[in-house]
Design a binder for this molecule. Sequence first.
Ligand code: TYM
Length: 336
Amino acid sequence: MHKKRVFSGVQPTGNLHLGNYLGAIKNFVDLQNKFECVYCIVDLHAITNKQDPKELKSNLFETAASFVASGLDPEKNIIFNQASVPAHSELAWIFNCVARIGWMNRMTQFKEKAGVNKENASVGLLVYPNLMAADILIYKATHVPVGEDQKQHLELTRDIAKKFNNDFKCDDFFPIVEPLIPKTISRVMSLRDGKKKMSKSESSDQSRINLKDNKDLIEQKIKKAKTDNNPIPSEIDGLKNRHEATNLISIYASINNLEVSKVLKEFGGKNFSTFKSNLSESIIEKICPIGIEINKLLKDKSYLNSILEKGVKKADLIAKNNLKDIYEIIGLTKFS
Ligand code: TYM
C-alpha cells in the first residue's frame, strides 16, 4: 500500500485558459484539503517546443501566480518548477530505457504535435511521456488530476511502473497511478469549433477564455461563441451531435458545480441568447477575480520567488530520497 499523494503538472507556455482551469486546476484546489499535493510547473516539458527564453522565464511566474490566484495554498501544497529538481530528468533517462519505442509511437499527442513532418520533431517531444511518468513516479504519487487529453500519458505511466516493478522484481515499488479526470467536463472545447480542444496554441484568441480576460472580453467571446439554431434541449439525449451546445452547457455546469441534467432542466426550451448571458455571468464571477489576483501577485516577484524556493526544497528532498532507492534497485552507483 502506498501513501496517497497527488501530483500534477502544467506547462508554463503562456496564459492559462478555462480548459486548464476546469480540466485541472479547479480539481487541484479541491484536492488540497484531502491529500498531500505536489503541483509542478513543467518547464522542461515546455522546451520540447521552441520557447523564447525571456518569455519562458516570465511564464514560470505567470503560472505560479495562476496557481495561487486560483486558490492553491502555498503552505498546504508543494508548488515548484521541474527544472529545479534534477531527479525528474534523471528518472526520465531511466524510463527512456524502460519504455519501448513502440509505446512512444502510439501516443496521439505526439502525432498531433509533430504534425506531418514527424522526422523534424524534437526527440524530446517523442519521449515527453517518459518525463511525465518520471514527474509522477519520482514522488510515488498515487493520484493525478488532469484533463482528458492526458489520459493516454497516464496509461503509459502505469505501463512503465508495471514494467519497472516487474523487470527489477521489486513488486509494488512504483504505485499504479489513478487518473482523476473531471466528470462534468473532461475536455473543454474551443468556442469557435466544438470538435477542437480549447488550447493555448490555437491562433484565434476568440476560441478561448483566458484566466486574465476582463469582463467585457468574456462577454464578447461568449456572445460570439458558436452554437446551433435549435433551442436548448430538456434532456441529455437532445445534445447528441451538438458539439458546441454540449460544450457551453457543460462549461456552465462545471463552473457552477451542477449536473448537466440539472442545467438542461433549468434552460430546456430556451434559446441560446438567454443562456449565454447566464453563462457569461458565471464565468465572470469565477474567472475575473482570479485574473485580478494574478496581476496583483505578478507585482510581487519576491513573494512568488519565496513560494517556488520553498516548494523546490520540499520536492527535492522527497525526489532525492526516492532516486537513491531507484539507483540501488537498478545497480547504479552515485558517488558524492
Ligand atoms: P498542459 O500544460 O497542456 O495542461 C495543463 C492541464 O490542463 C488540462 N487541459 C485541459 N483540460 C480540459 N480541457 C482542455 N481544453 C484542456 N487543456 C488543457 C490538461 O489535461 C492538464 O491537466 N503533459 C501535461 C503536463 C504534465 C503533467 C505531468 C500532468 C507534465 N508532467 C505529470 C500530470 C502529471 C501538459 O502538457 O499539460
